[in-house]
Design a protein around this ligand. Structure first.
Ligand SMILES: Cc1ncc(COP(=O)(O)O)c(C=O)c1O
Length: 453
């Protein structure tokens, strides 16, 4: 106890001394705290003004991930577009303010920050993400078409696994098949008479189903899968993802050591992702199969020059109308046995394809066909073509002004759908994402949906 009391007297003295020193040092401490606060605020302010536009500029793209390179992308995953930026429209495209080039230059000498509509834009910091695309560019059109493109699925609907028990593709909704066949007839881009329609969860699933269906079941060596470079970057990764013993990615068709007796699968993407050009099969060997990926063979991207009639043709809802999230694709397959095997793959993989999605796709495809067959409001391909033409032009300007990029010249041809000479307008530019993403940043839709209808 005594020790404690001596100790407490000593510590009381120390505390008194400290209090006196503290009172003496108080102004200095207050001064120091003030200096630290001012410095911290200044630093935060500088950082905020320097970098906030980067975050803001990634936001308008429909919530898609900001610039972050992945193995899907090209080596140059992003570049800074320094001199051309039009508008501030988000994925809805509704709030965009269009500045003409000279207005932009006047308003923003040297690309300085400026007020556009309700937002401030740092023209030095517009990042274009080349990594991946998201075809939300058609959202505005579909918002204007809501009365025709909306379905309601009641709680009691679409409950069964089956759509047409007993038919080849037993999980395919008859209404979707009808609308697919109808749309191909309206556009004239593929033959359907004599082809089996197989629906898939996006054409990505159908691509895998086709690999499975075309691979010889009894083989020591996996069948080689090739495509002419530059090819769609998902082909190798999807092919080799599960290290299948049935098939194996073998790279560029031009480097492929082709043996006449060895089977192979050649993927032909036309118009091609990523370079946008029309392609044909290279090998044409006796034991080979070709899968034609015709994701972009639609009138907003390319002149329709013939009704395609290949053994296996893949189409995707995502690139026709922009409804990538609905995850619907289809294959037109000539050979019944191959169509059956593809159906089997989908049965074992996902036990069919979402009926809700199929009905939605049927409704939207139907609205597109109505626009041309019944004189409906939704002349979607007209809209898409004008949008793509505008974006292509903006992209050319952007590439030109960057000084570091050039874009190819695409040929024109007579389009049987429009009845006009039309230019190929790549929906899948180098790479695909460049276009979609760049134009989210660069383009305010200068003309309205109403212009197309
Ligand atoms: C050539 C090509 N095929 C297929 C796909 C994927 O289609 P889906 O969304 O139907 O899986 C894409 C997507 O970018 C593509 O560019």
């Amino acid at each position: 106890m005594a020790k404690v009391s001596v100790g407490s007297v000593g510590s009381e003295k120390r505390k008194r001394g400290q209090r006196k020193r503290g009172q003496r040092d108080l102004p200095a401490l207050v001064y120091l705290a003030g200096v630290v606060t001012v410095l911290s605020l200044t630093l935060n302010g500088v950082l905020f003004f320097r970098f906030h536009s980067l975050y803001r500029s990634s936001a308008p793209c429909g919530g898609a991930a900001p610039a972050e390179a992945s193995d899907v992308g090209n080596a140059a995953a992003a570049f800074l577009l320094t001199s051309l930026w039009r508008g501030g429209n988000g994925s809805d495209g509704a709030k965009g303010v269009c500045l003409e080039e000279d207005e932009h230059v006047k308003a923003s000498p040297g690309g300085a920050r400026q007020q556009i509509g309700g937002s401030t834009v740092d023209c030095d910091s517009i990042v274009i993400n080349l990594d991946h695309g998201d075809p939300t560019m058609y959202e505005r059109f579909w918002r204007a078409m809501e009365d025709q493109a909306t379905i309601v699925v009641a709680g009691s609907q679409t409950m069964s696994y089956f759509s047409r028990a007993g038919s080849l593709c037993w999980f395919m909704e008859p209404r979707l098949e009808q609308e697919i066949v109808r749309l191909h007839r309206v556009v004239g881009n593929a033959q359907t008479d004599g082809w089996h329609v197989v629906v898939g969860t996006g054409s990505t699933q159908l691509f895998q189903a086709a690999l499975y269906a075309l691979s010889p079941p009894e083989t020591e060596e996996p069948i080689s899968v090739v495509s002419a470079a530059p090819y769609y970057s998902s082909y190798p990764s999807v092919t080799d993802f599960l290290r299948s013993g049935l098939y194996r990615w073998a790279g560029d068709v031009h480097a492929f050591k082709f043996k006449n007796d060895a089977p192979y699968i050649e993927l032909v993407c036309s118009p091609n992702n990523p370079d946008g050009f029309l392609k044909e099969a290279v090998l044409n060997g006796e034991k080979g199969w070709t899968i034609h990926d015709l994701a972009y063979y639609w009138p907003q991207y390319t002149p329709i020059t013939a009704a395609a009639a290949h053994d296996i043709m893949l189409f995707t809802f995502s690139k026709i109308t922009g409804h990538a999230g609905t995850r619907i694709g289809w294959a037109l397959v000539k050979d019944r046995a191959v169509a059956e095997k593809m159906t089997k793959f989908i049965e074992l993989n996902t036990i069919g394809v979402s009926k809700d999605s199929q009905l939605r796709a049927a409704q939207i495809l139907g609205a597109v066909s109505d626009g041309y067959e019944l004189g409906g409001r939704a002349r979607f391909f007209d809209y898409g073509r004008r949008l793509m033409a505008e974006r292509w032009q903006l992209l050319q300007e952007a590439a030109r002004s960057s000084g570091n990029f050039s874009l190819p010249h695409f040929p024109s041809a007579n389009c049987s759908f429009t009845g006009e000479m039309t230019q190929l307008l790549p929906g899948n530019l180098i790479p695909l994402d460049f276009q979609y993403r760049a134009l989210h940043f660069c383009s305010a839709h200068r003309w309205d949906v109403e212009c197309a209808i």
